[in-house]
Design a protein around this ligand. Sequence first.
Ligand code: SF4
Ligand code: SF4
Length: 303
Amino acid sequence: MTEQEIIDYAIQRGADLAGFASVDWWNREEHAPEEYRPRAIWPQTRSVIVLGMGMPLPIVETTPSVQHRDLYNACNRSLDDIAFDLARWLGRKGHAAVPIGRDGYANIHVLLKNPRAAFSHNLAAYYAGLGYIGINNTVLTRKLGPRVRFVSILTDAVLSGTGPMNEPLCIRCGACSSFCPADALPITREELRDPAVPVAEYDRTACTLWARELTRRGCYPCGICIKVCPVGDDRKIFGREKAIGHYRKELETPIVNAPDPLHRSWMHIRRHGSSLFDETAGPQDRFGDILRRIRKKSEEEKK
Ligand code: SF4
Ligand code: SF4
């Protein structure tokens, strides 16, 4: 069984990206504490197979919305299915393999108490050379920017990968930080200019509190830092290479009858299937906390 056969299997089953990381990377780089490394989780592990699946930009752009939530769930389910099938396929070929579930948490309340996953698929994707970790703490890929989800399969097979990507894909524009409605990615302009600061200091609690509010409204996850990131060839496919100004304008757009057709479409989607905009509340809450907080942030930016 070759690396290419595994890639072919995964791509044919629907994955968009596939890569391999030796367990040595976890020990060499020491980003993850001992108990979060592959061999601590399953001692037979010699390599980690990482699969990625893209989330189409036009739906990501509607976030927060129930359409975005459904897409996120479908992507997670598909990745879990492919990982499960791939592990069994490896087993039939004589290699022990263990799929690690995509999300691995029961609900948002559990995440608030302990916001860390037992195993980081993002770190595995980075070691497998699938992308580079951006200021927004996610893995940016050439093809799909950060609009990609990952799953991992631990295996006793020895597989060679490329090692971590050394081309920084993040252009350090700061959009992820400035658009974050929860202030969960704080970074100053000086820090953005300083390559010694690799990522924004991620405030997990602020992000998860925001996620809890969106869950209550039926439109978790947030993912605005992923939506606005300018990196990724997917932007070319959808004709959305230079969209930051358009995203900023969105913050001023009315809920109904927005002048811009795309803004109107996103608002239409957000007004259906979730209670993002609480239409039954008093006028001061009709627009929901979410856009109000985003707008406040935007106003501060302009000063
Ligand atoms: S939005 Fe800009 S700063 Fe943030 S991850 Fe993407 S490229 Fe990097
Ligand atoms: S998911 Fe939303 S709240 Fe969390 S860091 Fe990204 S933009 Fe901020």
